[in-house]
Design a protein around this ligand. Structure first.
Ligand SMILES: *[C@@H]1O[C@H](CO)[C@@H](O)[C@H](O)[C@H]1NC(C)=O
Ligand SMILES: *[C@@H]1O[C@H](CO)[C@@H](O)[C@H](O)[C@H]1NC(C)=O
Ligand SMILES: *[C@@H]1O[C@H](CO)[C@@H](O)[C@H](O)[C@H]1NC(C)=O
Ligand SMILES: *[C@@H]1O[C@H](CO)[C@@H](O)[C@H](O)[C@H]1NC(C)=O
Ligand SMILES: *[C@@H]1O[C@H](CO)[C@@H](O)[C@H](O)[C@H]1NC(C)=O
Ligand SMILES: *[C@@H]1O[C@H](CO)[C@@H](O)[C@H](O)[C@H]1NC(C)=O
Ligand SMILES: *[C@@H]1O[C@H](CO)[C@@H](O)[C@H](O)[C@H]1NC(C)=O
Ligand SMILES: *[C@@H]1O[C@H](CO)[C@@H](O)[C@H](O)[C@H]1NC(C)=O
Ligand SMILES: *[C@@H]1O[C@H](CO)[C@@H](O)[C@H](O)[C@H]1NC(C)=O
Ligand SMILES: *[C@@H]1O[C@H](CO)[C@@H](O)[C@H](O)[C@H]1NC(C)=O
Ligand SMILES: *[C@@H]1O[C@H](CO)[C@@H](O)[C@H](O)[C@H]1NC(C)=O
Ligand SMILES: *[C@@H]1O[C@H](CO)[C@@H](O)[C@H](O)[C@H]1NC(C)=O
Length: 405
């Protein structure tokens, strides 16, 4: 229950006022649904400004989806999360999704991606301070599974309170972790490309030392870039062109990798079909979707690859694993810099709160994708499309471990 001591906590800015009547009713509703641990969570939340903002959002009257871990999930949650009010506020904010996700979730093709309330820079470093996304999918077992989770996390019950839709989940959700953690933990099959990434240097402006330096591309993807999309060839794709890769000098190898990278922009699979994007080497990639999956084509070489593992979420970007190397050694420095400039400019534009699945303009069951108008420009994809949700068509998660078929 809410205690009077909470009511004496630091003042909340007027703009983020909480509706105590609503929150008290919500807690009562959660408790009667058997979610007794949520009350103590709410008390911890109000001791930090990040948590206060979450409570204010939830009680604002606008529709939200709350992914509420059940009591068993919270009892088994890691102590470093539950005993640390700041960590808990961040983790909890990853469980709150603005928008009305009641009823039939959009299926495009099968997976929904949506922005959460998580913006804390300790956990998310996307371009333009965009909030981290969460992805879910209805599987053959009929259950909604939350994706990118080490523990297979499913929705075990649903309820609602006012405009809140509550999905009871059987685990505390994990915030996406950095690439070096994600590769071994989630078994992304990147053996080959990770080795290549570690040999290629890339210039990097270190804002802590205010100096330019060179880091490996792996380190840039791991923590350096704030906003990127990397099309990572899987192990068998790399092994197919191993000898050609080894014959390249360093500059050419760097160019080939840059042609798999969108610098400064995090694009999820629902936003790709029908669009074109310019790579960090200045070449153009275009995207199509059919019943077999989502495909990327390098416009210069005409090499097409299938996205075999979409939307591997990272704190600072996203990886889509592909089944072929887009072996393009061409580059266009001016196209590359204008793509970066466009991405930077798009990222700094004020975004209104995202309330629809990524790639959709509305949240009703049959929302239509916002992509599809092929203007051949990354800018249009960002200016025109909602920057919200991603859909993973073909991600295969077994027992919570992401694997590549
Ligand atoms: C949280 O703290 C604020 C600021 O003191 C207070 O106004 C509010 O009533 C508290 N909310 C809850 C749910 O206790
Ligand atoms: C607070 O929430 C209650 C219960 O949902 C609602 O009736 C009331 O109108 C809300 N107050 C404000 C100021 O929004
Ligand atoms: C689902 O929630 C309802 C109350 O909202 C409760 O009666 C029921 O036992 C719950 N079912 C499960 C499987 O937890
Ligand atoms: C629920 O949301 C709708 C649409 O945003 C809004 O019109 C309505 O007032 C909200 N209801 C409550 C109880 O806040
Ligand atoms: C809790 O600890 C685990 C394991 O050390 C770590 O992976 C995780 O990021 C920590 N969680 C938070 C919120 O700090
Ligand atoms: C969800 O939809 C059902 C049926 O359409 C409705 O009864 C319920 O009030 C809705 N809940 C929310 C939170 O909008
Ligand atoms: C980074 O590497 C490039 C060659 O790839 C070199 O020209 C440049 O001087 C290096 N920069 C630093 C700061 O070491
Ligand atoms: C690297 O290889 C490319 C393509 O073969 C060639 O055009 C370029 O001159 C080479 N660069 C260096 C520094 O050897
Ligand atoms: C990525 O963009 C940043 C500017 O945002 C630039 O400093 C950096 O050199 C770029 N790196 C690559 C590999 O394009
Ligand atoms: C889907 O597109 C890919 C790439 O263009 C193509 O190879 C494949 O045959 C297409 N599948 C169907 C069923 O049209
Ligand atoms: C690219 O490949 C597709 C099918 O693989 C073919 O239809 C098309 O003509 C090719 N385009 C070019 C420019 O080679
Ligand atoms: C998408 O859902 C349909 C029907 O539920 C299923 O037949 C199909 O295999 C799913 N596709 C993927 C890629 O999971």
């Amino acid at each position: 229950m809410l205690t009077s001591s909470l009511l004496l906590a630091a003042a909340v800015p007027a703009a983020m006022a909480q509706n105590i009547t609503f929150l008290t009713g919500l807690l009562g509703s959660l408790q009667s649904a058997g979610l007794t641990q949520i009350a103590s969570i709410a008390q911890s939340l109000n001791s930090t400004s990040e948590g206060q903002n979450v409570l204010a959002s939830l009680s604002s009257g606008s529709p939200y989806l709350l992914l509420a871990p059940n009591d068993a999930a919270l009892e088994n949650a890691p102590a470093n999360v539950t005993s640390d009010a700041n960590a808990l506020a961040s983790v909890f904010s990853y469980h709150v999704v603005p928008g009305s996700f009641n009823g039939t979730a959009p299926k495009y093709p099968n997976t929904t991606l949506a922005r959460t309330l998580l913006v804390n820079g300790n956990y998310v470093q996307l371009e333009g301070n965009k909030p981290q996304v969460v992805a879910w999918s209805t599987r053959a077992d009929g259950k909604v599974h939350i994706l990118n989770q080490r523990n297979d996390s499913t929705v075990v019950n649903t309820t609602s309170f006012g405009n809140l839709t509550v999905w009871v989940v059987d685990h505390l959700l994990q915030i996406p972790q950095d690439l070096s953690t994600t590769i071994p933990a989630d078994k992304i099959s990147l053996t080959g490309v990770d080795a290549v990434l570690k040999t290629i240097q890339t210039p990097f402006f270190d804002s802590t030392t205010n100096a330019s330096t060179n880091v490996t591309l792996f380190d840039a993807l791991n923590t350096g870039f704030h906003g990127f999309t990397f099309f990572a060839p899987n192990t068998s794709a790399i092994s197919l062109v191993q000898s050609q890769l080894q014959q390249l000098n360093t500059t050419a190898a760097q160019t080939v990798l840059y042609n798999h990278l969108l610098n400064g922009t995090t694009v999820y699979t629902p936003e790709l079909p029908g669009e074109s994007f310019v790579t960090a080497a200045g070449e153009t990639l275009s995207f199509t979707l059919n019943t077999t999956g989502t495909f990327v084509t390098d416009q210069t070489t005409n090499i097409t690859a299938r996205i075999v593992q979409p939307d591997v979420l990272l704190p600072n970007g996203v990886i889509h694993v592909i089944d072929r190397v887009l072996f393009n050694t061409n580059s266009d420095a001016s196209a590359a810099s204008s793509a970066i400039a466009s991405a930077t400019s798009a990222a700094t534009q004020t975004q209104s709160s995202q309330t629809a699945p990524i790639g959709f303009s509305q949240t009703s069951g049959l929302a239509s994708p916002t992509g599809g108008s092929d203007t051949g420009s990354a800018v249009s994809a960002f200016g025109g499309a909602s920057w919200g949700i991603l859909v993973a068509a073909l991600g295969v998660v077994f027992g919570g471990l992401i694997t590549v078929a």
